[in-house]
Design a protein around this ligand. Structure first.
Ligand code: 5GP
Length: 235
């Protein structure tokens, strides 16, 4: 399948139509942003790494019974995906305190949570993706009660599968962000990408950060960290 009409450019990806109206091509860029796109830069070969990592992880999740938009990787930067209408919430799952949770509650990074914490953030950079609850989601018609239940069920399942998977690669899954969408107007499936852009991953032994926090916090060796995650995941 080939790229036809360009339809959307996000912070890290572009979307193109194909000959099939229900199928898009998702192209991964090297562009990196942080802090609601107020910090911008590029991470060398990030698009290639995130395309390959997302392929690997979506394939694993499909095997675990979680429906995703992933169809097939086409080349270094492009994958075929099912066209969805994205639900405008960022689903965040946390196993260890870091980032936004550390800031919100003035907690030290690294505290192991007694249970995973699921959060909804309303997807709007201008508002800094504010934390909202189930009632906001339902009262504003963002998703139905039934859809929320499905998203919750899948998100906990993703967490269990990925915690185990990354652990086997000597990585700790600290937290991550998921996005869901409706395929053909109804079926809720996992969309977007799963990569060091969207997950916090720490080395199990040294606790070294191997994710986008290296870019956000100017820690250096950003490209190397992404390559290291890819190397371990593919090993
Ligand atoms: P936090 O809320 O702590 O900033 O983020 C929690 C997790 O979700 C982190 O793994 C982070 O990478 C991911 N995340 C949250 N918001 C975004 C976002 O807007 N874009 C991306 N790429 N990841 C996000």
């Amino acid at each position: 399948m080939e790229k036809r009409k360009f339809i959307y450019e996000g912070k890290a990806k572009r979307l193109y139509e194909t000959d099939d109206q229900d199928i898009l091509i998702q192209e991964f860029k090297d562009d990196a942003t942080a802090f609601d796109a107020t910090k911008r830069g590029t991470i060398g070969n990030k698009g290639i790494v995130n395309n390959k990592l997302s392929e690997k992880i979506f394939t694993l999740l499909e095997k675990k019974g979680i429906p995703t938009h992933f169809i097939k990787r086409l080349n270094d930067r492009d994958m075929l995906v099912k066209r969805v209408k994205i639900v405008p919430i960022e689903v965040t799952m946390r196993n260890i305190v870091a980032g936004g949770m550390a800031k919100l509650l003035a907690l030290d990074e690294g505290i192991i949570l007694k249970k995973p914490v699921l959060e909804w953030h309303y997807k709007e950079d201008k508002l800094h993706d504010p934390l909202i609850n189930d009632d906001h989601v339902m009262a504003l018609g963002i998703a139905t009660p039934k859809e929320l239940e499905i998203i919750k069920k899948y998100s906990y399942k993703v967490n269990e599968a990925l915690k185990k998977f990354f652990d086997s690669k000597n990585l700790i899954l600290v937290d991550f962000k998921l996005e869901f969408g409706r395929y053909k107007g109804k079926t809720m499936i996992l969309a977007d990408e799963i990569s060091p852009d969207t997950c916090r991953l720490w080395d199990k032994t040294t606790k070294e950060k191997l994710d986008k926090d290296r870019f956000r916090r100017d820690l250096g060796n950003v490209e190397e960290a992404y390559q290291e995650v890819l190397r371990r995941v593919m090993a």
